[in-house]
Design a binder for this molecule. Sequence first.
Ligand code: NCD
Length: 310
Amino acid sequence: MSFVSVQNYNKADLFRLFAETKAIKKALSTDKRSCEDIAAGRMLGMMFYEPSTRTSGSFEKAFKFLGGRIYDFNIAASSIAKGESLNDTARMVASGTDMLIVRHKQAGICDHLANNILSIPVINAGEGTGEHPTQALLDMYTIQEHFGQFNITIGIMGDMAYGRTTHSLIRMASALGANIICIASDDSLQMPPSYIQEAEKNGATVTCVKRAEDVIDQIDALYVTRLQRERLPDELHHQFDQQVSGYRVTNSLINRMPSDGIVLHPLPRLDELPEECDTNQRARYFQQAENGIYTRMALMARLLNRPFTP
Ligand code: NCD
């Protein structure tokens, strides 16, 4: 079993995983070595073709907290420069390991590796403009931790055209019972229609608007994202840079949210979420990033067939 898309897990799987995440977080808070037998003697392969700070770091910390070892493939020094294919590179990185984490620019590559090339579990750590399913796990876990349930309204703001975290989020949030408001300053950044239709099929109400000001008082969790500048052709950079000013978050904006509202961001953030918001009681993005360690521990323990039991 691999985890390459949010669609691999149903509602019951997710609830179970969040319960395990909570138990792991509690166990680690009293004893940092409490989970080390889960992956003792196991090795994790990591193959990151795109830059990463939080995701690669939290997978590495998570597997080390589970007691396992890491093989982090160095792309710069590899035979890719000699023209080796991705299939062969993946075979070599995976060889001798128990699970492979993959980040790549091409959507669908993890599914291909999991189904056609490898016989160990594969985890999608972000695929181009497609999905980033483990990010949605930590996003929704953070929401459950705060609200205790998922019947809330999530406002997704920023770049939903190219931002893969927003694609996995709308899938998972709608499957768990949340309603969604998509806020894009320009239609070219709006959520692709296929994701909206899928969320509506899941039973969610999905609304698309241009201005956060018009809906902010209805939003329980505001999920801010950056413009994915690196995924755009050069000639569009100037136009997109102008659009950032269309959705810069301020304290006066988020203070108009319901009193228990929270602000999330997958990070890295740029100008859309200034540091002035960090001390706002609604800011949850650093705790959200930390939850990536615990959700990924729960996920990897499960994929090793050794789910955490307190
Ligand atoms: C995101 C990603 O890589 O898609 N970062 C992350 O994994 N937390 C978001 C982004 O790069 O904007």
